[in-house]
Write a protein that binds this ligand. Structure first.
Ligand SMILES: [Cu+2]
Length: 192
């Protein structure tokens, strides 16, 4: 005779408690999953400025930056071609504009890997590069930057309505450290 078949109280008090616990745990897990589903779109939303979504949503929002503002191609007074060349360099890497000038940048990637062309102040570029180093997979896309794949061509139109010294750089980790940076000088319209 086997003991296991002879238990007159199959459901002990301890088992009942543990069943209750299991049910509670299951409810909690379901609730957590439901909450996670609710929360994740909110989290994704905070990353929106770094994705392409903003661009697809409608006309590009023009935001005044210390280094200028997005321009319209039809207003461009000048077209400047900047090449991304071997090894981690821009050519030319020194540019000068007059305050108020709208420039169409044609960015040709003559290299064998993806590069970026990002306009900004030195401070802005430095802190963004540090962030990229921390989060190498972070996506970013704004009117003052272009991502150009190997052999490809990118284009941005920018109005330099603020005078000063600015930079353009490839913020990809290693590239920035390797010195993939150029300088832009915007001469005040008040200066003859
Ligand atoms: Cu690069």
């Amino acid at each position: 005779m086997r003991d296991i078949d002879f238990n007159p109280w199959p459901q002990t008090r301890r088992q009942t408690e543990s069943n209750t616990m299991n049910t509670l745990t299951r409810c909690f897990i379901t609730l957590s999953a439901a909450l996670a589903l609710c929360i994740s779109p909110a989290l994704a939303h905070t990353e929106a400025p770094h994705t392409n979504k903003a661009k697809k949503a409608g006309p590009v929002q023009k935001e005044q930056k210390p280094w200028g503002i997005a321009g319209e191609a039809k207003q461009a007074q000048r077209t400047v071609t900047v090449r991304m060349v071997d090894y981690m360099r821009f050519s030319p890497d020194q540019l000068e504009f007059r305050q108020g000038e709208t420039v169409r940048f044609v960015i040709d990637n003559d290299d064998l890997e993806l590069h970026e062309f990002v306009l900004g102040t030195q401070d802005e570029i430095d802190s963004h590069a540090a962030l990229m180093k921390k989060f190498p997979n972070m996506e970013h896309d704004d009117p003052w930057m272009a991502h150009v794949s190997a052999g490809g061509r990118g284009e941005i139109v920018w109005t330099f309505n603020r005078p000063g010294e600015f930079v353009f750089a490839c913020l990809m980790p290693r590239h920035f450290e390797a010195g993939m940076v150029g300088k832009i000088k915007v001469v005040s319209s008040k200066v003859k």
